[in-house]
Design a protein around this ligand. Structure first.
Ligand SMILES: Nc1ncnc2c1ncn2[C@@H]1O[C@H](COP(=O)(O)OP(=O)(O)OP(=O)(O)O)[C@@H](O)[C@H]1O
Length: 277
């Protein structure tokens, strides 16, 4: 089954740039321009410290960028938008340990929501992440992978138009990571969700997405945009072993390596010219 997008851009990023001011002035983002179509799964991959988290903070309205504008559904983002949810890498800090799983999910739902709908949203989202029986447990009674499933369920229950994920599976073991990747593909199909997924793992970026954006080192720009035309549903073994998958992941790996070699040879000042889209 292939997943379709409407072709309408849900998220538009125009000329985004960010400089951290202060004693340690640092230009984290050079210039980013890209769009995320409604219904698409877009991965962003880039080296450590290239500004991925800074970018997500700007996209989600948590931080005002130094330059540029972010539009969600055509409206400029000036505050945290109602239609957006974030899932972070550090699940242990994103869940309240004193609330049950159901309590953690219910916490983000609108106060005025009728009791039955609140219960239904919690039930549906826990079912979607395979944790139907865990509603009354506390986060500390769950494994790391299960806690991250709760964080995903909480984002789903909120019913956002777009889900931003910041290296969400970087802290779990390889087997759990593969299960969570497949969970995201399933969730995306079931909820028709638009997802922007940040990772430093090239294979993961290709396995999950319709499109991969490759970032340069900081100050980041987009080195390339790669369409991923692998068939769906994807399979952890067959997809990753396919010739086309290997070709795509190799192209991205070479691009990241070449770019970092060039920067080392020519100095950081050449970065902007080297990485122009
Ligand atoms: N508050 C701050 N003040 C100054 N510099 C900062 C601040 N926050 C981040 N930086 C710097 O900006 C750059 C980008 O940081 P950011 O956390 O966005 O990168 P990242 O790609 O998410 O990193 P990682 O892959 O390691 O998670 C880094 O060099 C970082 O040291």
């Amino acid at each position: 089954m292939s997943v379709t997008t409407t072709g309408t851009d849900l998220l538009t990023i125009e000329g985004l740039g960010h400089v951290y001011e202060g004693r340690q002035r640092h230009e984290a983002i050079g210039r980013l321009d890209f769009t995320v179509p409604e219904g698409a799964f877009v991965s962003i991959v880039g080296p450590s410290g290239c500004g991925k988290t800074t970018m997500l903070r700007c996209l989600s309205g948590l931080m005002k960028p130094t330059r540029g504008t972010v539009y969600l559904g055509g409206e400029p983002v000036t505050d945290v938008p109602r239609d957006l949810a974030l899932v972070f890498q550090d699940y242990s800090r994103s869940l309240f340990p004193w609330r049950t799983v159901a309590g953690n999910i219910g916490f983000v739902l609108p106060r005025g929501l009728p009791k039955e709908e609140r219960a239904e949203r919690i039930r549906e989202s826990l079912d979607a992440v395979g944790l139907s029986g865990a509603a009354d447990k506390y986060p500390w009674q769950l494994s790391g992978g299960m806690q991250q499933r709760v964080a995903i369920a909480r984002a789903l229950a909120y019913r956002p138009k777009i889900l931003l994920m910041d290296e969400p599976f970087a802290s779990v073991d390889a087997q759990t990571r593969a299960e969570l990747e497949d969970l995201m593909l399933d969730v995306r199909r079931r909820f028709d969700m638009t997802i922007l997924f940040v990772t430093h793992d090239i294979d993961e970026s290709v396995y999950l997405a319709d499109r991969v954006l490759v970032l340069s080192k900081s100050p980041s720009t987009i080195v390339t945009t790669m369409e991923v035309d692998l068939p769906s549903p994807r399979d952890q073994v067959a997809t990753r072993a396919s010739e086309h998958f290997v070709q795509l992941r190799t192209e991205i790996a070479e691009m990241i390596r070449d770019q970092s070699t060039r920067r080392t040879a020519s100095g950081a000042g050449a970065a902007a010219a080297d990485t122009a889209p």
